[in-house]
Design a protein around this ligand. Structure first.
Ligand SMILES: *[C@@H]1O[C@H](CO)[C@@H](O)[C@H](O)[C@H]1NC(C)=O
Ligand SMILES: *[C@@H]1O[C@H](CO)[C@@H](O)[C@H](O)[C@H]1NC(C)=O
Length: 415
Protein backbone atom coordinates (compact mmCIF):
# COMPACT_ATOMS: atom_id res chain seq x y z
CA UNK A 1 0.00 0.00 0.00
CA UNK A 2 2.66 2.41 1.08
CA UNK A 3 4.64 1.70 -2.04
CA UNK A 4 1.59 2.24 -4.22
CA UNK A 5 0.75 5.46 -2.46
CA UNK A 6 4.34 6.58 -2.81
CA UNK A 7 4.26 5.66 -6.49
CA UNK A 8 1.03 7.59 -7.00
CA UNK A 9 2.44 10.60 -5.27
CA UNK A 10 5.57 10.49 -7.43
CA UNK A 11 3.39 10.09 -10.49
CA UNK A 12 1.29 13.10 -9.56
CA UNK A 13 4.36 15.04 -8.79
CA UNK A 14 5.92 14.15 -12.13
CA UNK A 15 2.69 15.03 -13.91
CA UNK A 16 2.54 18.35 -12.12
CA UNK A 17 6.13 19.09 -13.05
CA UNK A 18 5.39 18.13 -16.64
CA UNK A 19 2.30 20.32 -16.67
CA UNK A 20 4.15 23.20 -15.14
CA UNK A 21 7.01 23.02 -17.60
CA UNK A 22 4.49 22.73 -20.42
CA UNK A 23 2.67 25.82 -19.20
CA UNK A 24 5.94 27.61 -18.71
CA UNK A 25 7.13 26.84 -22.21
CA UNK A 26 3.77 27.97 -23.55
CA UNK A 27 4.04 31.22 -21.63
CA UNK A 28 7.55 31.76 -22.83
CA UNK A 29 6.30 31.28 -26.33
CA UNK A 30 3.46 33.73 -25.87
CA UNK A 31 5.51 36.67 -24.68
CA UNK A 32 7.61 37.20 -27.83
CA UNK A 33 4.51 36.86 -29.99
CA UNK A 34 2.88 39.67 -28.09
CA UNK A 35 5.96 41.82 -28.54
CA UNK A 36 6.20 41.14 -32.23
CA UNK A 37 3.00 42.91 -33.19
CA UNK A 38 2.16 45.41 -30.52
CA UNK A 39 0.81 48.09 -32.82
CA UNK A 40 -2.26 46.20 -33.98
CA UNK A 41 -3.07 44.09 -30.96
CA UNK A 42 -2.01 45.83 -27.80
CA UNK A 43 -3.33 49.24 -27.02
CA UNK A 44 -0.53 49.67 -24.51
CA UNK A 45 1.99 48.96 -27.25
CA UNK A 46 0.41 51.62 -29.43
CA UNK A 47 0.57 54.21 -26.75
CA UNK A 48 4.20 53.35 -26.15
CA UNK A 49 5.07 53.96 -29.78
CA UNK A 50 3.18 57.23 -29.72
CA UNK A 51 4.93 58.39 -26.64
CA UNK A 52 8.23 57.51 -28.26
CA UNK A 53 7.28 59.49 -31.31
CA UNK A 54 6.20 62.30 -29.08
CA UNK A 55 9.53 62.22 -27.33
CA UNK A 56 11.44 62.51 -30.57
CA UNK A 57 9.08 65.20 -31.83
CA UNK A 58 9.49 67.07 -28.64
CA UNK A 59 13.22 67.09 -29.29
CA UNK A 60 12.95 68.21 -32.86
CA UNK A 61 10.97 71.41 -32.55
CA UNK A 62 12.83 72.34 -29.42
CA UNK A 63 16.12 72.12 -31.29
CA UNK A 64 14.72 73.75 -34.37
CA UNK A 65 13.24 76.73 -32.55
CA UNK A 66 16.21 77.23 -30.27
CA UNK A 67 16.52 80.98 -30.79
CA UNK A 68 20.27 81.25 -30.93
CA UNK A 69 23.13 79.12 -29.78
CA UNK A 70 24.85 80.55 -26.77
CA UNK A 71 27.77 82.07 -28.60
CA UNK A 72 28.93 83.70 -25.44
CA UNK A 73 31.89 86.02 -25.16
CA UNK A 74 33.67 83.28 -23.23
CA UNK A 75 33.51 80.99 -26.25
CA UNK A 76 34.93 83.72 -28.38
CA UNK A 77 37.67 84.44 -25.86
CA UNK A 78 38.84 80.87 -25.76
CA UNK A 79 38.92 80.70 -29.50
CA UNK A 80 40.89 83.88 -29.81
CA UNK A 81 44.09 82.01 -29.18
CA UNK A 82 43.70 79.87 -32.26
CA UNK A 83 41.38 82.25 -34.04
CA UNK A 84 43.23 82.15 -37.35
CA UNK A 85 42.18 78.57 -37.80
CA UNK A 86 38.57 79.64 -38.01
CA UNK A 87 38.81 83.03 -39.62
CA UNK A 88 40.60 82.43 -42.89
CA UNK A 89 39.95 80.24 -45.86
CA UNK A 90 43.47 80.27 -47.17
CA UNK A 91 45.43 77.44 -45.60
CA UNK A 92 48.56 78.52 -43.81
CA UNK A 93 51.90 77.79 -45.39
CA UNK A 94 52.64 74.12 -45.41
CA UNK A 95 56.32 74.86 -44.95
CA UNK A 96 55.57 75.73 -41.33
CA UNK A 97 58.81 77.56 -40.69
CA UNK A 98 57.74 81.07 -41.57
CA UNK A 99 60.79 83.10 -42.33
CA UNK A 100 60.39 86.22 -40.21
CA UNK A 101 63.80 87.53 -41.18
CA UNK A 102 62.95 87.36 -44.85
CA UNK A 103 59.52 88.84 -44.20
CA UNK A 104 61.06 91.78 -42.36
CA UNK A 105 63.65 92.26 -45.10
CA UNK A 106 60.98 92.20 -47.81
CA UNK A 107 58.53 94.30 -45.88
CA UNK A 108 59.03 97.40 -48.00
CA UNK A 109 58.26 95.48 -51.15
CA UNK A 110 54.51 96.02 -50.89
CA UNK A 111 53.39 97.35 -54.24
CA UNK A 112 52.47 94.78 -56.84
CA UNK A 113 50.94 95.14 -60.27
CA UNK A 114 47.37 94.30 -61.00
CA UNK A 115 47.20 91.54 -63.62
CA UNK A 116 43.44 91.42 -64.08
CA UNK A 117 41.37 94.49 -63.31
CA UNK A 118 37.68 95.37 -63.49
CA UNK A 119 37.96 99.13 -63.91
CA UNK A 120 34.27 99.56 -64.78
CA UNK A 121 32.92 97.42 -61.92
CA UNK A 122 31.57 100.41 -60.02
CA UNK A 123 31.82 103.13 -62.65
CA UNK A 124 29.18 101.53 -64.85
CA UNK A 125 26.56 101.82 -62.11
CA UNK A 126 24.92 105.25 -62.19
CA UNK A 127 25.32 106.80 -58.76
CA UNK A 128 27.58 103.92 -57.74
CA UNK A 129 26.70 100.54 -56.24
CA UNK A 130 25.05 100.43 -52.85
CA UNK A 131 27.16 97.46 -51.75
CA UNK A 132 30.36 95.97 -53.13
CA UNK A 133 30.95 92.39 -52.05
CA UNK A 134 34.68 91.63 -52.05
CA UNK A 135 35.61 88.00 -51.46
CA UNK A 136 39.04 86.64 -50.69
CA UNK A 137 39.65 83.55 -52.77
CA UNK A 138 42.53 81.57 -54.23
CA UNK A 139 42.78 80.72 -57.92
CA UNK A 140 42.35 76.98 -57.22
CA UNK A 141 38.95 77.49 -55.51
CA UNK A 142 36.92 77.82 -58.67
CA UNK A 143 33.99 75.82 -57.24
CA UNK A 144 33.70 78.10 -54.22
CA UNK A 145 33.54 81.17 -56.42
CA UNK A 146 30.88 79.51 -58.54
CA UNK A 147 28.65 78.78 -55.57
CA UNK A 148 29.07 82.30 -54.18
CA UNK A 149 28.11 83.75 -57.58
CA UNK A 150 25.00 81.61 -57.64
CA UNK A 151 23.91 82.34 -54.07
CA UNK A 152 24.62 85.24 -51.72
CA UNK A 153 27.20 86.86 -53.99
CA UNK A 154 24.74 87.54 -56.81
CA UNK A 155 24.99 90.87 -58.55
CA UNK A 156 21.83 92.86 -59.03
CA UNK A 157 19.16 94.36 -56.85
CA UNK A 158 18.48 93.38 -53.24
CA UNK A 159 15.68 95.38 -51.61
CA UNK A 160 16.07 97.78 -54.51
CA UNK A 161 19.77 98.34 -53.84
CA UNK A 162 22.49 97.56 -56.39
CA UNK A 163 24.99 94.88 -55.37
CA UNK A 164 28.32 94.32 -57.19
CA UNK A 165 30.89 91.61 -56.61
CA UNK A 166 34.65 91.03 -56.96
CA UNK A 167 36.96 88.17 -56.03
CA UNK A 168 40.42 89.00 -54.74
CA UNK A 169 43.21 86.75 -56.01
CA UNK A 170 46.96 86.48 -56.01
CA UNK A 171 49.07 84.21 -58.21
CA UNK A 172 48.99 80.50 -57.34
CA UNK A 173 51.75 79.25 -55.12
CA UNK A 174 52.01 76.03 -57.06
CA UNK A 175 54.01 76.97 -60.14
CA UNK A 176 53.38 73.69 -61.90
CA UNK A 177 49.69 74.45 -62.32
CA UNK A 178 50.24 78.09 -63.21
CA UNK A 179 49.72 77.72 -66.95
CA UNK A 180 46.36 75.99 -66.53
CA UNK A 181 45.18 78.43 -63.92
CA UNK A 182 46.20 81.43 -65.95
CA UNK A 183 43.92 80.30 -68.75
CA UNK A 184 41.12 79.54 -66.33
CA UNK A 185 41.32 82.85 -64.53
CA UNK A 186 41.28 84.80 -67.77
CA UNK A 187 38.30 82.81 -69.03
CA UNK A 188 36.56 83.34 -65.72
CA UNK A 189 37.22 87.04 -65.86
CA UNK A 190 35.81 87.23 -69.39
CA UNK A 191 32.71 85.33 -68.36
CA UNK A 192 31.90 87.05 -65.08
CA UNK A 193 33.93 90.27 -64.96
CA UNK A 194 34.50 89.82 -61.24
CA UNK A 195 38.16 88.82 -60.95
CA UNK A 196 40.86 91.02 -59.46
CA UNK A 197 44.28 89.39 -59.74
CA UNK A 198 47.50 90.83 -58.34
CA UNK A 199 51.06 89.81 -58.98
CA UNK A 200 51.98 88.47 -55.55
CA UNK A 201 52.03 84.88 -54.41
CA UNK A 202 48.71 83.97 -52.78
CA UNK A 203 49.85 82.64 -49.41
CA UNK A 204 48.34 82.88 -45.97
CA UNK A 205 50.96 85.39 -44.86
CA UNK A 206 50.42 87.50 -47.97
CA UNK A 207 46.77 88.17 -47.15
CA UNK A 208 47.88 91.51 -45.76
CA UNK A 209 49.06 92.43 -49.25
CA UNK A 210 45.61 91.48 -50.51
CA UNK A 211 44.04 93.77 -47.93
CA UNK A 212 46.22 96.72 -48.93
CA UNK A 213 45.79 96.19 -52.66
CA UNK A 214 42.05 95.81 -52.37
CA UNK A 215 41.66 99.01 -50.35
CA UNK A 216 43.79 100.89 -52.86
CA UNK A 217 41.80 99.43 -55.72
CA UNK A 218 38.48 100.39 -54.08
CA UNK A 219 39.68 103.95 -53.42
CA UNK A 220 40.74 104.28 -57.05
CA UNK A 221 38.13 102.31 -58.99
CA UNK A 222 35.15 102.15 -56.66
CA UNK A 223 35.08 105.50 -54.86
CA UNK A 224 31.37 105.89 -55.70
CA UNK A 225 30.36 102.79 -53.68
CA UNK A 226 28.30 103.33 -50.54
CA UNK A 227 29.31 100.30 -48.50
CA UNK A 228 31.65 97.34 -48.78
CA UNK A 229 31.35 93.84 -47.44
CA UNK A 230 34.69 92.07 -47.36
CA UNK A 231 34.87 88.42 -46.44
CA UNK A 232 35.89 84.85 -47.09
CA UNK A 233 34.44 82.50 -49.65
CA UNK A 234 33.42 79.90 -47.05
CA UNK A 235 30.85 82.05 -45.30
CA UNK A 236 27.12 82.34 -45.64
CA UNK A 237 26.03 85.94 -45.93
CA UNK A 238 22.48 87.09 -45.45
CA UNK A 239 22.67 89.97 -47.90
CA UNK A 240 19.05 91.03 -47.25
CA UNK A 241 19.86 91.58 -43.57
CA UNK A 242 23.04 93.42 -44.44
CA UNK A 243 21.25 95.74 -46.86
CA UNK A 244 18.54 96.32 -44.28
CA UNK A 245 21.16 97.19 -41.69
CA UNK A 246 23.14 99.45 -44.02
CA UNK A 247 20.08 101.36 -45.22
CA UNK A 248 19.94 102.80 -41.73
CA UNK A 249 23.50 104.14 -42.02
CA UNK A 250 25.17 107.02 -43.80
CA UNK A 251 27.98 106.07 -46.22
CA UNK A 252 29.60 109.48 -45.74
CA UNK A 253 30.16 108.68 -42.07
CA UNK A 254 32.57 106.20 -40.56
CA UNK A 255 31.37 102.64 -40.15
CA UNK A 256 33.24 99.44 -39.46
CA UNK A 257 31.15 96.50 -38.23
CA UNK A 258 31.90 92.83 -37.72
CA UNK A 259 32.79 90.14 -35.25
CA UNK A 260 35.23 92.27 -33.30
CA UNK A 261 37.89 90.60 -31.21
CA UNK A 262 39.17 92.58 -28.26
CA UNK A 263 42.33 92.12 -26.22
CA UNK A 264 43.71 89.20 -28.22
CA UNK A 265 47.28 88.33 -27.31
CA UNK A 266 50.02 87.59 -29.82
CA UNK A 267 50.96 83.94 -29.78
CA UNK A 268 54.51 83.58 -28.52
CA UNK A 269 54.71 79.81 -28.83
CA UNK A 270 57.34 79.17 -31.46
CA UNK A 271 55.68 76.00 -32.74
CA UNK A 272 52.36 77.70 -33.46
CA UNK A 273 51.43 78.61 -37.01
CA UNK A 274 50.49 82.05 -35.70
CA UNK A 275 53.65 82.63 -33.75
CA UNK A 276 54.65 86.27 -33.71
CA UNK A 277 58.05 87.06 -32.19
CA UNK A 278 58.43 90.12 -30.00
CA UNK A 279 60.79 91.64 -32.54
CA UNK A 280 57.81 91.80 -34.90
CA UNK A 281 55.21 92.93 -32.39
CA UNK A 282 56.37 94.06 -28.99
CA UNK A 283 53.08 94.87 -27.29
CA UNK A 284 51.21 92.25 -25.30
CA UNK A 285 47.77 92.91 -26.80
CA UNK A 286 46.59 93.41 -30.36
CA UNK A 287 44.32 96.33 -31.21
CA UNK A 288 40.62 95.48 -31.64
CA UNK A 289 40.14 93.82 -35.01
CA UNK A 290 37.43 92.09 -37.00
CA UNK A 291 37.42 88.33 -37.53
CA UNK A 292 38.30 87.72 -41.15
CA UNK A 293 35.07 85.88 -41.97
CA UNK A 294 33.43 89.10 -42.99
CA UNK A 295 32.95 92.72 -42.03
CA UNK A 296 31.27 95.87 -43.31
CA UNK A 297 32.67 99.30 -43.90
CA UNK A 298 31.39 102.55 -45.29
CA UNK A 299 32.80 104.34 -48.31
CA UNK A 300 34.30 106.99 -46.05
CA UNK A 301 36.01 104.41 -43.85
CA UNK A 302 37.34 102.58 -46.92
CA UNK A 303 39.07 105.74 -48.17
CA UNK A 304 40.50 106.54 -44.76
CA UNK A 305 41.73 102.97 -44.26
CA UNK A 306 43.35 102.80 -47.67
CA UNK A 307 45.43 105.83 -46.75
CA UNK A 308 46.13 104.68 -43.19
CA UNK A 309 47.23 101.18 -44.16
CA UNK A 310 49.94 102.62 -46.42
CA UNK A 311 51.56 104.02 -43.31
CA UNK A 312 51.35 100.86 -41.23
CA UNK A 313 54.20 98.37 -41.44
CA UNK A 314 53.29 95.04 -42.98
CA UNK A 315 52.10 92.47 -40.47
CA UNK A 316 51.64 88.81 -41.46
CA UNK A 317 48.14 88.43 -39.95
CA UNK A 318 45.78 90.42 -42.16
CA UNK A 319 42.91 90.84 -39.65
CA UNK A 320 45.28 92.25 -37.06
CA UNK A 321 46.94 94.44 -39.65
CA UNK A 322 43.59 96.03 -40.48
CA UNK A 323 43.02 96.50 -36.74
CA UNK A 324 46.28 98.44 -36.68
CA UNK A 325 45.06 100.63 -39.54
CA UNK A 326 41.80 101.26 -37.67
CA UNK A 327 43.76 102.25 -34.60
CA UNK A 328 45.78 104.66 -36.69
CA UNK A 329 42.66 106.55 -37.80
CA UNK A 330 41.25 106.29 -34.28
CA UNK A 331 38.20 104.40 -35.40
CA UNK A 332 36.57 101.96 -33.01
CA UNK A 333 35.21 98.89 -34.82
CA UNK A 334 31.66 97.99 -33.83
CA UNK A 335 30.74 94.50 -32.70
CA UNK A 336 27.52 93.12 -34.18
CA UNK A 337 25.92 89.93 -32.88
CA UNK A 338 24.82 88.94 -36.38
CA UNK A 339 28.41 88.17 -37.37
CA UNK A 340 29.30 84.61 -36.42
CA UNK A 341 32.74 84.35 -37.85
CA UNK A 342 33.57 81.34 -35.71
CA UNK A 343 30.65 79.41 -37.09
CA UNK A 344 27.56 78.29 -35.28
CA UNK A 345 28.03 76.31 -32.11
CA UNK A 346 26.10 73.19 -32.91
CA UNK A 347 24.37 71.25 -30.16
CA UNK A 348 25.68 67.72 -30.08
CA UNK A 349 22.18 66.25 -29.88
CA UNK A 350 20.96 67.36 -33.29
CA UNK A 351 23.61 69.30 -35.17
CA UNK A 352 21.98 68.83 -38.56
CA UNK A 353 18.73 70.34 -37.37
CA UNK A 354 20.22 73.50 -36.07
CA UNK A 355 22.57 74.20 -38.94
CA UNK A 356 19.93 73.63 -41.54
CA UNK A 357 17.02 75.40 -39.98
CA UNK A 358 16.76 78.37 -42.35
CA UNK A 359 14.79 80.33 -39.75
CA UNK A 360 17.82 80.18 -37.58
CA UNK A 361 19.88 81.88 -40.29
CA UNK A 362 17.27 84.54 -40.89
CA UNK A 363 18.47 86.83 -38.10
CA UNK A 364 22.17 86.43 -38.82
CA UNK A 365 24.37 88.39 -41.18
CA UNK A 366 27.49 86.28 -41.62
CA UNK A 367 28.12 82.68 -40.68
CA UNK A 368 31.59 81.29 -41.10
CA UNK A 369 33.02 77.90 -42.09
CA UNK A 370 30.43 76.36 -44.34
CA UNK A 371 30.94 73.76 -47.02
CA UNK A 372 30.03 74.52 -50.61
CA UNK A 373 26.91 72.34 -50.43
CA UNK A 374 25.83 73.91 -47.15
CA UNK A 375 26.01 77.40 -48.61
CA UNK A 376 23.94 76.34 -51.59
CA UNK A 377 21.37 74.52 -49.46
CA UNK A 378 21.00 77.34 -46.96
CA UNK A 379 20.56 79.95 -49.63
CA UNK A 380 17.90 77.90 -51.36
CA UNK A 381 16.04 77.14 -48.15
CA UNK A 382 16.08 80.81 -47.17
CA UNK A 383 14.77 81.87 -50.56
CA UNK A 384 12.13 79.20 -50.84
CA UNK A 385 8.65 80.65 -51.40
CA UNK A 386 7.37 78.14 -48.84
CA UNK A 387 9.58 79.40 -46.07
CA UNK A 388 7.64 81.09 -43.36
CA UNK A 389 9.26 80.99 -39.99
CA UNK A 390 6.12 81.94 -38.07
CA UNK A 391 4.09 79.36 -39.97
CA UNK A 392 6.72 76.79 -39.22
CA UNK A 393 5.89 77.02 -35.53
CA UNK A 394 2.26 76.14 -36.18
CA UNK A 395 3.28 72.97 -37.96
CA UNK A 396 4.58 71.58 -34.71
CA UNK A 397 1.32 69.79 -33.91
CA UNK A 398 2.86 67.20 -31.59
CA UNK A 399 3.55 70.00 -29.18
CA UNK A 400 -0.13 70.82 -28.87
CA UNK A 401 -1.07 67.18 -28.57
CA UNK A 402 1.36 66.83 -25.71
CA UNK A 403 -0.07 69.87 -23.99
CA UNK A 404 -3.58 68.45 -24.26
CA UNK A 405 -2.41 65.21 -22.73
CA UNK A 406 -0.75 66.91 -19.83
CA UNK A 407 -3.88 68.05 -17.95
CA UNK A 408 -5.11 64.45 -17.72
CA UNK A 409 -1.87 63.27 -16.18
CA UNK A 410 -2.02 66.15 -13.79
CA UNK A 411 -5.67 65.51 -13.00
CA UNK A 412 -5.20 61.86 -12.11
CA UNK A 413 -3.23 62.39 -8.90
CA UNK A 414 -5.84 64.91 -7.81
CA UNK A 415 -8.80 62.71 -8.62
C1 LIG B 1 51.23 71.27 -57.69
O1 LIG B 1 50.23 70.79 -58.58
C2 LIG B 1 50.50 69.54 -59.16
C3 LIG B 1 49.40 69.25 -60.16
O2 LIG B 1 48.13 69.46 -59.64
C4 LIG B 1 50.58 68.51 -58.05
O3 LIG B 1 50.86 67.25 -58.58
C5 LIG B 1 51.65 68.91 -57.05
O4 LIG B 1 51.67 68.03 -55.98
C6 LIG B 1 51.42 70.31 -56.54
N1 LIG B 1 52.52 70.74 -55.70
C7 LIG B 1 52.35 71.28 -54.51
C8 LIG B 1 53.59 71.68 -53.81
O5 LIG B 1 51.25 71.47 -54.00
C1 LIG C 1 54.39 87.33 -50.80
O1 LIG C 1 54.45 87.58 -52.19
C2 LIG C 1 55.72 87.97 -52.67
C3 LIG C 1 55.59 88.30 -54.14
O2 LIG C 1 55.07 87.24 -54.85
C4 LIG C 1 56.72 86.87 -52.42
O3 LIG C 1 58.00 87.24 -52.87
C5 LIG C 1 56.78 86.56 -50.94
O4 LIG C 1 57.60 85.46 -50.69
C6 LIG C 1 55.38 86.27 -50.42
N1 LIG C 1 55.45 86.21 -48.97
C7 LIG C 1 54.97 85.20 -48.26
C8 LIG C 1 55.13 85.33 -46.79
O5 LIG C 1 54.42 84.24 -48.76
Amino acid sequence: MRVRLKGDAICTLLLLVALCSLLYSQLEHLVPVGNKEPTQKKPSGTSKIFSDARASWRLMPAEATAPRPPVTPTIRRTEVANKKVQTTTAPPLTDSAFNFKRYLLNKDNRNFNILINQPKKCRKIPGGPFLLIAIKSVVEDFDRREIVRKTWGREGLVNGEQIQRVFLLGTPKNRTVLATWETLVHQESQAYRDILLWDFVDTFFNLTLKEIHFLNWAAEFCHNVKFIFKGDADVFVNVENIVDFLERHDPTEDLFVGDIIYNARPIRVRKSKYYIPETMYGLSIYPAYAGGGGFLLSSRTMRKLSRACREVELFPIDDVFLGMCLQRINLKPVLHEGFKTFGIVKPSAAPHLQTFDPCFYKDLMVVHSLKVAEIWLMWNLLHSPHLSCTQKKQVKKPFQWKKKAQPTTQASPLG
